[in-house]
Ligand binder design. Sequence first.
Ligand code: PMP
Length: 417
Amino acid sequence: QADTETLFERRESEVRSYCRAFGAVFASARGAEIFDVDGTRRIDFLAGCASLNYGHNDPDMKAALIEHIASDGIAHGLDMHTRAKGAFLDVFEQYILGPRGLDYKVMFPGPTGANAVEAALKIARKATGRSNVIAFTNGFHGVTLGALAATGNGYHRGGAHIALSGVTRLPYDDYLEGLDSAALLERMLEDASSGLDAPAAILLETVQGEGGLNAARPEWLRKVAELARNHGALLIIDDVQAGCGRTGSFFSFEEAGIIPDMVTMAKSISGFGLPMSLVLINREHDVLKPAEHNGTFRGNTHAFVTARVAIEKFCSDNGLETQIRKAGNIVASRLAASGDVIGRVRLKGRGMMRGLDVGSGARAARICETAWRNGLIIETSGPEDEVVKVLAPLTTPIPVLEEGLAILDAAIRAETE
Ligand code: PMP
């Protein structure tokens, strides 16, 4: 422990977050369990902020990656077409796009979710010849400048006085009791006196991961999709956090029955925690010419190898959707029961993307701290960090899931003592 503290003092400054909240040196992990250098086991309900939907070190992805490296498979090839990339595209088309009747072009814009959002915004602006983008309160899209401009929570500007423009932020679904925010958006789009510039795109998350697990209703999503269509704006669904099965289906928008013009994905798309992002683009909006949007790391070949296995796993006969439904119901019912204990608590989110609004950031922080001391890694979200966020790997075995939820329940109950 002494060594750990010394290392923190020397190397981890105050502005860093997770290393402060989770004061251990982590050494290994498997599935939903993570171990520190002292061998202490903890359950991981943070899961790389939804970038580890298949848990840590999935054995099939690990084996495929080891095999790829052992046979001198290409590690990096800029955006050249490689066998690994082709194999990923094959399964993505065969198992994900094809069965859903989707005919998107697939772009690999760089390693991060923010890269995907930037590319989508640029494409929308070029395709429409317009510059304004509509985004929503409490949305989070990344910390590069275009994505940051669309991000609702000003804290992420980090106090840097950066001019962010070209985005109009409007109320998300259920923002204010009694406010029909889709009707407001419609009125503003139609009323010239609103001063709202015709939008190139409407950008949104179906469940706001960083914004407090606000889940938009399917009918709200359908209305916004219709408004985008009627007003010549491209609908971009940011599925960086809610995608890859998190909400129960591979894409988070499937339940609403909408077809976005573009979709951004990252986090769990590689399945293994490797950096990879993509933008799905309607063919008619695939407007960028070669090198109009480039960068060195567009397509990490190791990530393609694990991403292929991840898709196969998601869609295999005993696929993940049933497991997600089962695990999601357990999370929802346990969280609701824990919430009842302290009252005025709200269950939020969808599927395996859940949160409990415990009323204040201070209380949520205490709950996470107690949980940490008892062997559970969990974080907060929301404008005041008032939502305790449960992002267990989708593959978490039910007994481990129950164990983690029991630790969380005890931490919540401790608030009443
Ligand atoms: N969009 C959403 C919805 C996200 O949750 C995140 C990351 N939390 C991002 C974009 C940005 O992704 P990255 O951190 O990989 O840039």
